[in-house]
Write a protein that binds this ligand. Structure first.
Ligand code: FAD
Length: 337
């Protein structure tokens, strides 16, 4: 793989709400950012786990859908021209003397920066993949772990497998556009919000969704990554094969701190201890915010991550502009570039 080299002020690891808002806060202090995320889209947990759920505790928004909050955060960061490296995780971090770092991504980007801001949430998300033979040939062609655009499933026969909120919510949402949905679950109990499960059963009574319970995925049939049918098996080994155009296995997303655990940063029980006055980790120049950062009485909320982004940006600024005094101004005075 050929490497592409960049230089910037701050590398932000994680494009969840904390990372996205930190781009804005750094931008207001005239610092440029590159943002790395292992997911193909920005938004962290909000995009990956609950894009269509309402959030009620974002200041100024009595209610906002998680997906809409992500769109607003992206728009708020846009004037500062962040460079996103999506679909790639951080594979290496090297200090270059006392004042700079070099961050390498799995996609071959090598970014030289003055500070690293870790906003990695619970870690790099990857889907829990079902153990099916030949699965990788179908992935991103007819097997998908997340829905990017509902329109991709218009008039298709879609199989959704799982029993949690994502499986149930996407079955409800796609029932508007898909030709038919098979909902496969290994037992009659769900780990999803009861009102969503009731809604799914109601749609199933109308015939648009067919509940296939208790069954598990057993084998995929198709050619060149194009799925034609999925074979299912129940716990007694009885099998049935259903013709489908797409399969969405929704068995949750497993977070991994991955390469972050190999760096010199202290990690305690999957969290990074920081000084809450600056958000700095035990390594000078490496900061952490959002769900991944911990200190006494930490509240793991989106709004906490926003505040921590502002604290970190102010603590990082002297590394980028050494010796330059900050004349603090409100956004109402300064405006946006
Ligand atoms: C169902 C549900 C409902 C919730 N409701 C609320 C609510 O109502 N109010 C509220 O305040 N909070 C709520 N939360 C919690 C909220 O979502 C989290 O507090 C918030 O997402 C944390 O933001 P973050 O930016 O720190 O991390 P995340 O959103 O977890 O984003 C971290 C990002 O970092 C990326 N990443 C991690 N490691 C790497 C790596 N090595 N390389 C590249 N990328 C990496 C991940 O892929 C991810 O995209 C809810 C959570 C869930 C699951």
């Amino acid at each position: 793989m050929t490497s592409k080299h960049y230089s910037t002020d701050v590398v932000i690891v994680g494009a969840g709400p904390a990372g996205l808002f930190a781009v804005f806060e750094c931008g207001m202090l005239k610092m440029k950012c590159h943002v790395i995320d292992s997911l193909a889209q920005v938004g962290g947990q909000l995009t990956a786990l609950y894009p269509e759920k309402p959030i009620y505790d974002i200041p100024g928004f009595p209610m906002i859908l998680a997906g809409d909050l992500v769109t607003h955060l992206e728009d708020q960061a846009k004037p500062f021209d962040p460079v996103y490296h999506l679909n790639q995780s951080v594979s290496d971090l090297k200090p270059l003397g006392d004042s700079r770092f070099e961050v390498t991504t799995s996609g071959g980007a090598v970014v030289n920066c003055a500070a690293v801001l870790i906003a990695a949430g619970a870690g790099a998300f990857g889907p829990n993949r079902p153990p099916l033979e030949g699965l990788d040939a179908y992935e991103e062609k007819s097997v998908f772990y997340m829905v990017r655009r509902r329109a991709d499933f218009a008039d298709k026969t879609v199989m959704i497998a799982g029993g949690g909120d994502s499986a149930v919510d996407w079955a409800i949402s796609l029932s508007d556009v898909a030709k038919k949905i098979y909902f496969v679950h290994r037992r009659d109990r769900f780990r999803a919000a009861p009102e969503s499960v009731n809604k799914l059963h109601e749609i199933a009574r109308g015939g648009k969704v067919e509940m296939v319970i208790p069954y598990q995925l057993h084998a995929l049939h198709g050619e060149n990554g194009v799925l034609s049918a999925v074979e299912l098996a129940d716990l007694d080994g009885n099998k049935k094969t259903l013709e489908v155009d797409a399969l969405l296995p929704m068995f949750g997303i497993a977070p991994q701190l991955g390469a972050l655990s190999d760096w010199a940063i202290t990690i305690e029980q999957h969290h990074i201890p920081v000084d809450p006055a600056t958000q700095q980790t035990n390594v000078a120049g490496i900061f952490a915010i959002g769900d991944v950062a911990t200190y006494p009485n930490k509240l793991k909320l989106i709004l906490t991550g926003f505040s921590e982004g502002a604290m970190a940006a102010h603590a990082i600024r002297p590394r980028v502009f050494p010796g330059e005094e900050l004349h603090f101004v409100y956004s109402t005075t300064q405006g946006i570039p």
